[in-house]
Ligand binder design. Sequence first.
Ligand code: ZN
Length: 96
Amino acid sequence: MNELKKTNISIDFLTELHKKNRQTINTRKYLDKLREKNLNTFGNKCELCNETKNLEFHHINPSYLGRGRGSYNRYNEVRKNPELFKLLCKKCHDSI
Ligand SMILES: [Zn+2]
């Protein structure tokens, strides 16, 4: 009986783990799509030097974004208010 209980717990645990992992994977796919869409909005290149690699979204007013916000919130922010962002390559972004 004790063995059976242990097995049940372990299956429940694994199911939860699988659900979580699947969710993580779906979220990543969604974020990639969102990022791609945002990059298209900005023409897929750095606004300052036309670089097309290592692109990042620069918020014109960084204090506008709260602390602890993840990629999901940032990408949705870019999608909703593209006028608040600039698309820059890492080099230009770091030099700002
Ligand atoms: Zn650049």
